[in-house]
Design a protein around this ligand. Structure first.
Ligand SMILES: C[S@@+](CC[C@H](N)C(=O)[O-])C[C@H]1O[C@@H](n2cnc3c(N)ncnc32)[C@H](O)[C@@H]1O
Length: 256
């Protein structure tokens, strides 16, 4: 029997230029692409001949069940198809990619993992915020803000200010997360940022403090994904924003 193959591919934060070359190769070879809600539609242009099938899951909305996604991958591979399972960011970062790999392995399907640029690092980086910075943070903690039972014990266990905190899927819970950190002794003046739709045309950056993160001053998500960053490293982004604005001003003065 001609068995197919599945590539579990990370699509990065949205901009197709942030796909890896290996991801592009896998997409060009694909018969079927099973893609997530947060995969930018412009990526579709890379594989126009493939059949694109939406299997997105968004919080609090009707979603395709994980078992159904696993079954679709397995069935197509058994029919000899080249399948790309395209997930935003990196497939193994808060994206259930590990479960999909286990399901494929259990079904005896050949597969590969194509790592992607995770939004946990890329969204801050695109706002000039390094998640680590000598003298400010020598590590970062990544949590899902989807469920207090998941982020509570992790955030509660880190000493205030000792690491950068990055939260994915945390926009709805941002007030609870900010209050939890302040309740654990984090200073309300700690810099914080929310990076909306990083790398896309709808990108927007909010920079403020942990205290303000718990207030209404953050722009509405307007159906955009967002990444939250809390820690002194945010000040580097703010500093660089000022410096790059100065450089741009100087350049426009020189051009005039
Ligand atoms: C289910 S998680 C998947 C994370 C993904 N596997 C990764 O490595 O980035 C989806 C979350 O990633 C974040 N996210 C995805 N795309 C984003 C973008 N373009 N800008 C900011 N955050 C984004 C949001 O927090 C969103 O709720």
């Amino acid at each position: 029997m001609n068995m197919g193959f599945v590539s579990l591919v990370g699509a990065g934060p949205g901009d197709p230029d942030l796909l890896t070359r290996k991801a592009v190769r896998a997409l060009r070879a694909a018969d079927l692409v099973l893609y997530d809600a947060l995969v930018d539609r412009t990526v579709m242009r890379i594989a126009p001949r493939a059949h694109w099938f939406y299997v997105g899951k968004r919080a609090h909305r009707p979603s395709v069940r994980q078992e159904t996604i696993n079954a679709l991958m397995i069935r197509a591979a058994r029919r000899g198809k080249c399948v790309v399972r395209l997930k935003c960011g990196d497939p193994f970062v808060l994206g259930r990619g590990g479960e999909e790999a286990l399901a494929l392995a259990a079904a005896g399907i050949r597969f590969e993992v194509v790592p992607g640029v995770t939004t946990a690092i890329a969204a801050p980086a695109l706002a000039n915020i390094p998640v680590t910075h000598r003298g400010l943070a020598s590590g970062f903690v990544l949590v899902s803000g989807h469920d207090e039972a998941a982020y509570g014990p992790v955030l509660g266990s880190i000493a205030p200010g000792s690491a950068t905190v990055v939260v994915l899927m945390g926009l709805r819970a941002r007030v609870d997360i900010a209050n939890l950190l302040m309740g654990r002794g984090w200073n309300a003046a700690t810099p914080a940022a929310v990076l909306f739709a990083a790398s896309t045309t709808r990108q927007e950056t909010w920079i403020g403090t942990l205290g303000a993160l718990a207030s209404a001053s953050v722009p509405s998500a307007a159906d955009r994904p967002g990444t939250i960053v809390v820690g002194d490293v945010v000040s580097v982004g703010a500093q660089l924003a000022g410096m790059t604005a100065e450089v741009q001003d100087e350049a426009s003065i020189k051009r005039a």
